[in-house]
Design a protein around this ligand. Structure first.
Ligand code: GLU
Length: 427
């Protein structure tokens, strides 16, 4: 059994390091190293078989000095309150690094959506909103999709929220279906954003994307759109890994000539899982799930969950790897980070790399407020500008002050939030 990592302790350790670099005063450190407000509650749901099940729900607001708390709500059977605390903190830094007027929050329900019928999922979404409705809203805290939640879940949540508050409040939640207040491009945004910053990194390293190969861990929404855009720009995906629900384990799928991304996505279910037998039919080589990290590629894209690159497996990263683009939240532990930094691998840190989703959520809210909706091209163009300019600021600071990309991103993000709490007179 490997060492277990607590994401909240990791998020705090990362913050403490930056607080030291920025020489923050004690009160600001105390205020920013933990969430400002936490809600823990129970959600009873009448199940299809007539029984009642009680689920644990959370909504944690880390900080709202720069604007309403913002961040997804996830379904995960292994969810812990500390994971949500960490994710809420990372949301604050994410919104700050791309400079959008939002704070950080995260929600979750401990459940396995695969074990729930659509009706049970709907009841869970509605129950979650009922328990927390007074503390959510377009100007207080705005949820969105995250692991295993989608546009339909967001719409059920909106539909529960609106009658309680007596009106139409599309800006209460983002990631809604297009036509129901959602923004064009929101589904693609996180994965596309990863590739925009990856493209910038390749340019800085003088590498032509057309000569590169990549391996992606995961096959969910973020992984799929990152894979699509990366291949469209001429990169070759040689390997992708995913959970196989039938086999109850993950596999890495490989094709050295390059995987046809569309045909792989065709056999992926709504939770980002691939059935091994179907992958075999596509002619893909089947390797163990953990083999994704040791592939001989130029680019690794962890796009699944937290704590995937640790001190135990970081040594297995191929000598060929030049860039790690962290599409997931918290995929790399600090002890692995040290190994990666020594190896001089260029890391695009999570809260910068995957900020495209929340950036587009912000655009969605702007459109909701205007009640006027942009064409897709306009959304994508704005997204690209935001992502590349955030990347540039982080890259410049990293070079100027000889910092890692993660430290530079943290310095920029934390500094802005620290200034916000100070100028509001909180500390
Ligand atoms: N769940 C996504 C994230 O981790 C998106 C959050 C949002 O759009 O508010 O960044």
């Amino acid at each position: 059994m490997g060492k277990s990592y607590n994401p909240y302790e990791i998020a705090q350790e990362q913050f403490d390091g930056v607080a030291e670099k920025l020489n923050l005063d004690d009160a600001t450190r105390q205020l920013l190293r933990q969430p400002i407000r936490e809600n823990h509650f129970l959600i009873p749901v009448k199940m299809d078989d007539g029984s009642t099940k009680v689920f644990n729900g959370y909504r944690i607001q880390h900080n709202d000095a720069k604007g309403p708390a913002k961040g997804g709500t996830r379904f995960d059977p292994l969810e812990t309150v500390d994971t949500i605390r960490a994710l809420s903190m990372w949301m604050t830094w994410k919104c700050s690094v791309v400079d959008i007027p939002l704070g950080g929050g995260k929600g979750g329900i401990v459940c396995d959506p695969r074990e729930l019928s659509p009706r049970e999922q709907e009841q869970l979404c509605r129950g979650w909103v009922r328990q927390i409705s007074q503390n959510l809203g377009p100007v207080t805290d705005v949820p969105a999709p995250d692991v295993a939640t989608n546009a339909q879940h967001m719409l059920w949540m909106l539909d529960e929220y609106e009658p309680i508050h007596g009106g139409r409040y599309p800006g209460f939640i983002t990631g809604k279906p297009v036509g129901m207040g959602g923004s064009l491009g929101r589904t693609e945004a996180t994965g596309f954003g990863v590739v925009y910053v990856l493209r910038e990194a390749l340019e800085r390293l003088n590498i032509d994307i057309k000569n590169t190969t990549a391996c992606i861990q995961g096959c969910g929404n973020v992984a799929q759109y990152a894979a699509r855009l990366y291949s469209e720009l001429g990169g070759k995906i040689v390997s992708m890994s995913s959970w196989s629900h039938n086999d109850k384990q993950a596999f890495t799928y490989r094709l050295p000539e390059g995987i046809d991304v569309d045909s792989l996505i065709d056999i992926t279910d709504t939770y980002g899982c691939i059935n091994r037998e179907m992958a075999e039919k596509l002619g893909l080589e089947i390797l163990p799930g953990e083999a994704w990290i040791e592939q001989d590629v130029d680019i690794l894209i962890p796009a699944a969950l937290e704590n995937q690159i640790t001190a135990e497996n970081a040594e297995k990263i191929s000598q060929q790897v030049k860039i790690i683009a962290e599409a997931a939240n918290g995929p790399t532990t600090p002890d692995a980070d040290e190994i990666i930094n020594q190896r001089d691998i260029f890391v695009i840190p999570d809260f910068l790399a995957n900020a495209g989703g929340v950036t587009c959520s912000y655009f969605e809210q702007v459109q909701n407020n205007m009640n006027y909706y942009w064409e897709k091209d306009e959304v994508i163009e704005k997204l690209e500008i935001k992502m590349t300019s955030a990347f540039n600021s982080v890259y410049e600071l990293a070079r100027e002050k000889d910092l890692t990309m993660r430290d530079a991103a943290y310095v920029i993000a934390v500094k802005r939030v620290a200034e916000a709490v100070k100028s509001r007179g909180w500390v």
